[in-house]
Design a protein around this ligand. Structure first.
Ligand SMILES: [Zn+2]
Length: 209
């Protein structure tokens, strides 16, 4: 669950459709399938049907009506973040993140304003970061659990890699040792499980508004 700046200036523009609801697939692609705000991946949260086309500048506010179908104002967001954000637009963003606002995800890498504490809760040293965490509940239990699961999986993978290398060395010295073979099998199966956790079970044809 790592944020990144959405490269709107180079990401492919949709070639079909006239309306924001036509462009969810393109928005998902440029966001690598993850929510622009909480960074959860759609594979872990019900797939594309559970994700929305997010209007960064809310289309319900008179000042931004003209941006309803403007691709540069659209992002891929999970349904929960999208609903909590609603039509919130307290201020235009401050370049030093020093006001209540949503920095533009195409200009700012959100990992620069957030950090994850040892309890897997999200914190920020910036006014804007604190505002976003509070406004769209970025420490809701599902996200805390997901951060913990991802971190533990990364650590487990590193430990398995070290253990596998060590076991291979032992197996060269003692090729007939059945215990080494059993442990190697356990390690290989665990690697498969880790890789399978990254598979997205949802298909692109589930793209809906
Ligand atoms: Zn989200």
């Amino acid at each position: 669950m790592n944020w990144f700046r959405i490269p709107k200036e180079t990401s492919p523009r949709p070639t079909k459709g006239l309306y924001y609801s036509d462009w969810k697939e393109e928005l998902s692609f440029e966001a690598k399938g993850q929510c622009v705000y909480c960074a959860i991946n759609n594979r872990s949260f019900g797939g594309v049907r559970n994700f929305h086309v997010e209007h960064y500048k809310p289309k319900s506010l008179p000042a931004f009506i003209a941006l309803e179908h403007d691709y540069s104002n659209l992002y891929y967001a999970c349904s929960i973040c999208n609903c909590f954000k609603g039509n919130a637009w307290p201020n235009d963003p401050d370049e030093n993140f020093n006001n209540n606002s949503f920095p533009d995800p195409s200009k700012v890498d959100y990992s620069e304003i957030f950090f994850v504490e040892s309890d897997y809760k999200l914190k920020s040293d910036f006014v804007a970061g604190k505002y976003i965490i509070q406004r769209i509940f970025l420490n809701r239990p599902q996200l805390v659990l997901e951060r913990r699961k991802n971190k533990l999986t990364e650590e487990l993978k590193k430990q398995f890699e070290i253990t596998r290398d060590t076991l291979y060395q032992f197996s060269l010295k003692d090729p007939s040792n059945p215990l080494i073979k059993v442990f190697l099998n356990v390690i290989e199966t665990s690697f498969l499980l880790i890789e399978e956790s990254k598979i997205n079970p949802y298909n692109a044809d589930q793209i809906h508004r």
